[in-house]
Design a protein. Structure first.
Length: 629
């Protein structure tokens, strides 16, 4: 796990080494073990290393092949590198290191772009061919590892983080359509960023510079036909056996490391499954959980403790007080490259920080919900598509849900909030319904929030990137396909990557082994969800090895108790600083009347989802003050 950055001259201008050195330095948290740069007449490559496999200096990057013609900078891990190394050795390749970096470089030398199909891992890398004066850049299938780029008249710049890109001479003009999407989704999905001229290389894409011309291509397509109900011919028991086999092998591969390793354990099904499978291959497994001392409703550590005891792991629990979360707030806001308002990033930050004191690599259960229908929105979509009577009843009670008080900070207030969102989406098209359930603010509300902004056709184009495949004749699999393309790279994986890298911790996600993902999309909807069970196949497959108590508990997200903060510890920051009427009017970016009404609702007895908008505003305002003012 590392950070990469580089630049390539598209004209006759030579790269400025100081730009490259500064950009590489900005990646120090991603790679605290070594930083190095290489420059030539029209190329610059920088690398910051977190040593995981072959920790010796021989594996430092930028790394050259034996001929000194090919050079690689690489962020990520190739989990099947040992098998690939044997294949290369049979082709006469002699290795100088035991790293996966050298394996990847020689795979590219021998197979070119087609080497990507052989890789099982997560990655963003760049390979320079000195003789051809060309550069090849690629990002993994599902966007676990990030890659930003920006093109000017003279250069192409790229890097693992926006803060590295910003060390180069680029335009920092804000993209207002990205701002609008941010306030809808709480994040900015690829390929766009907060800056108009900085893009994200999309998952499963590659970028090549030859003859000083840039070409972007999609190298991976998830084998799924929109509207289909899966192509699997296996019986349900056979499907369960196949899932267990694939996922266990995915875990086994991700246990390879030359540094201490452990696993996150939330007490939910997904992380518990990963721990159960890892324990088969690692007798002394370290596990880590996080919980709340001051907010019992959000605390799930009793379930994590139960799983840890069941599998006899070396378990560590971090019990947080509200003060601990507040103390992590500043580091999170300062580290954020662009506005990102998934508040659970606060928890991932602390969990990563505490876990890093014990290990350098951690396994997580991320991806299970998106692949196997684990969210309430999936249950709602299933009910609506099936025309179930309870969905119709909930929809008919919309006036009641609107009237009753709603809040994420209590069981019933949260239920009522969910019922209202469900009822409001019932009669929409599948594409609009998906978008409504994925967003926090409607387009109409965004227009009210932002001064001098109108929803343009560009918004519809961006939305259609993720919803155009949906139709009334389709299935719930269409929604899961959208989650893999939108929610995973835009929100979940961005959160885990940025917060783990802030703490120099590598996080590995077995559920996102491409074999597991492709298997998931071969399954019919009924294998994933039915009237009584979400994530059905995951729960059934591992029912006999997990504690039974996990099957009789409500699902809670990895959520942060924001509302109590906003009414106490953060009230002054909100009212007197970031969202003060004087600053809002001076800034001229937001509608001050809308902001005032939002704060009034926040402090009322019926806050609804207002705290989510206020958190998004806090994050944006901090970013704005740091980067724009």
């Amino acid at each position: 796990m590392c950070g990469i950055t580089g630049l390539f001259s598209l004209t006759n201008k030579n790269p400025n080494r100081a730009w490259l050195e500064n950009a590489t330095q900005k990646l120090q948290f991603r790679g605290p073990d070594n930083q190095a740069v290489y420059t030539d007449e029209n190329i610059g490559l920088g690398h910051a290393r977190l040593s995981i496999i072959d920790t010796s200096s021989a594996a430092h990057q930028p790394f050259w092949d034996i001929s000194s013609n090919y050079c690689i900078i690489f962020n990520g891990e190739i989990f099947n590198y040992q098998k690939l190394k044997k294949e290369l050795a049979e082709n006469g390749i002699e290795f100088r290191t035991t790293s996966d970096t050298e394996v990847l470089l020689y795979l590219f030398i021998l197979f070119g772009k087609k080497c990507l199909d052989k890789l099982n891992g997560f990655f963003a890398f760049a390979i320079y061919n000195k003789q051809e004066n060309s550069v090849f850049i690629a990002r993994d299938r599902f966007g676990v590892k990030p890659l930003y780029y920006a093109q000017t008249d003279d250069f192409l710049f790229f890097g693992s983080e926006m803060k590295a890109i910003c060390e180069y001479p680029i335009s920092k003009e804000m993209d207002m359509d990205s701002v609008a999407q941010y306030f809808q989704l709480n994040y900015i999905p690829p390929p766009h960023s907060i800056f108009r001229y900085v893009k994200k290389l999309q998952p499963g894409h590659c970028l090549e510079i030859k003859a000083k011309k840039i070409a972007i291509d999609k190298w991976y397509n998830l084998p799924y036909l929109p509207g289909s109900n899966g192509a699997s011919t296996l019986s349900y028991p056979q499907q369960c056996a196949q899932l267990e086999s694939l996922l266990e092998d995915a875990v086994r591969l991700r246990l390879i490391a030359d540094v201490p390793l452990g696993a996150f354990l939330s007490g939910g099904i997904d992380s518990s499954v990963i721990v159960a499978l890892a324990k088969r291959h690692t007798p002394n497994l370290n596990t880590f959980s996080i919980g709340f001392q001051d907010e019992g409703y959000f605390d799930e550590t009793p379930y994590a403790n139960l799983v840890a005891k069941h599998f006899d792991t070396n378990h560590t629990v971090f019990k947080l007080r509200n003060d601990d979360l507040l103390q992590s707030l500043q580091s999170l806001l300062d580290y954020s490259d662009e506005p990102f308002a998934d508040s659970s990033a606060l928890l991932v930050n602390i969990l990563s920080k505490e876990t890093r004191k014990h290990v350098t690599v951690a396994l997580s259960g991320d991806g299970g919900d998106e692949l196997f229908a684990g969210y309430n929105k999936h249950y709602g979509e299933f009910k609506m598509r099936e025309g179930k009577w309870d969905a119709k009843v909930l929809s008919s009670l919309l006036p009641l849900w609107k009237f009753l008080p709603k809040s994420r900070n209590g069981k019933w207030g949260n239920k009522i909030r969910q019922f209202q969102r469900f009822a409001e989406s019932m009669n929409a098209s599948p594409a609009d319904r998906y978008w409504n359930l994925a967003t926090f603010l409607s387009e109409n509300e965004v227009e009210k929030l932002l001064n001098n902004f109108e929803v343009s056709n560009e918004q519809n184009i961006r939305k259609s990137l993720f919803t155009s495949h949906m139709s009334a004749s389709g299935t719930l699999n269409d929604s899961l396909f959208a989650d893999v393309n939108l929610v995973l790279p835009g929100d979940m994986l961005t959160k885990v990557d940025s917060m783990s890298m802030l703490n120099s911790l590598e996080v590995r996600t077995p559920f996102l082994d491409y074999r597991v993902v492709e298997f998931a999309f071969s399954l019919p909807v009924e294998s994933k969800i039915n009237n009584t069970l979400k994530k059905r196949i995951v729960q059934d497959t591992f029912r006999n090895i997990l504690p039974s108590e996990l099957y009789n508990r409500p699902k809670k997200g990895f959520e942060v108790p924001l509302l109590p903060w906003f009414k106490k510890e953060l009230k002054s920051l909100i009212s007197d600083d970031l969202l003060s009427d004087s600053f809002i009017r001076q800034q001229g970016f937001f509608n001050p009347i809308y902001i005032q009404k939002t704060l009034q609702k926040l402090y009322s007895n019926n806050p609804g989802d207002t705290h989510a908008l206020v958190w998004a505003l806090i994050v944006f305002q901090h970013w704005y003050k740091k980067n724009i003012l």
